[in-house]
Write a protein that binds this ligand. Structure first.
Ligand code: MN
Length: 317
């Protein structure tokens, strides 16, 4: 990593600024996909990071994602504003409210749906992330956990919430399978904090709203700051209301293949999971939802799309 005078706006103190990809899901819900991108496939075991909203959805046009399958990963949902109903093939039915976490472990296979309750519109703002399961755990039985209250502390003008692993001595209750962390930092006015980091982790910082300086590097929504392992802390500073998401983890040394809603190691595994889903095998129904199940994209198209994604993961990501 080079830091030059001319590069200070995009790189400072070893941070690399990466643009998220813009997408839109359903009725005008803007999504910034910070992981994976061409430049970075994962941060620790975090292998997918969607920042959705903030948006106000029209009545009758809430977020409605019908039943779809997952393998090899955990889905992590952190709700900032609004409400979201989760249902899955284990029979879970859980309303997610602001400040709460849903953590679904797909393991060998699970199906879930996510929808605005009663198809209400209204405000929606959330971060949805995937955590890759290590080889020894990725065939485990599926599981679901809901955490209504997360550990919090005030520091330097921020309210800090531990989402995964440890931050500032807070220990998150979420169950994960590799060394990693996640934290939400929110402030309503000026704030400044020297946040200790585990130097064995690589890290990312995403701005969910407002604006921040991370070791002097400017950060606004739509961009991700990335730092490789070796950093033992970072200075976070804000002038006004801001919310940051910090994620980190030991660099994931297994070759990952991320494709549609599956995380695997080979295209044969992906093709088998897609065929099972299309044939109605292996994956169970989601009780309680009236939404139609999502179809997997055509297998030929999937295999083509997988090719660029496989390039970096096969080299280790
Ligand atoms: Mn999903």
């Amino acid at each position: 990593m080079q830091t030059t005078n001319s590069g200070l706006t995009t790189q400072a103190a070893g941070w690399e600024l990466l643009a998220a990809r813009r997408a839109e899901v359903g009725a005008g819900l803007p999504v910034a996909r910070a992981l994976p991108t061409a430049r970075r496939r994962s941060i620790g075991a975090w292998c997918f990071l969607d920042h959705a909203g903030p948006a106000v959805l029209p009545a009758g046009q809430g977020m409605n994602v019908g039943p779809h399958p997952h393998i090899g990963l955990q889905t992590f949902s952190w709700l900032i504003e609004g409400e979201l109903m989760h249902r899955d093939s284990l029979g879970s039915a859980q309303l997610l409210r602001p400040g709460q976490v849903n953590l679904m472990t797909a393991g060998r296979g699970i199906v879930h749906s996510e929808e605005s309750p009663h198809d209400r519109g209204g405000p929606l703002h959330l971060a949805q992330l995937w955590i890759a399961l290590p080889d020894a755990e990725r065939a485990r039985e599926p599981a679901f956990e809901h955490h209504a209250v997360m550990p919090r502390a005030s520091a330097g003008g921020f309210e800090v919430t531990a989402l995964v692993g440890q931050v500032l001595g807070l220990r998150a209750p979420t169950r994960v399978y590799t060394p990693m962390m996640g934290a939400d930092l929110a402030c309503s006015g000026p704030a400044r904090l020297d946040l200790p980091l585990d130097p064995s982790f690589e890290h990312g910082v995403l701005c969910l709203c407002g604006a921040a300086r991370v070791d002097g590097a400017s950060l606004e929504p739509g961009t991700l700051l990335y730092a490789p392992a070796g950093r033992d802390g970072t200075e976070l500073a804000c002038d006004g209301a801001t919310r940051l998401l910090v994620v980190g983890g030991r660099p994931f040394d297994e070759a990952l293949l991320v494709w549609w809603n599956f995380v695997a190691r080979t295209s044969d595994e992906i093709a088998a999971a897609a065929a099972d889903w299309q044939a109605g095998r292996h994956f169970g129904p989601v009780p309680g939802t009236s939404l139609a199940r999502l179809a997997a994209p055509p297998i030929g198209e999937l295999l083509l799309r997988a090719a660029p994604a496989a390039r970096h993961p096969r080299a280790g990501s």
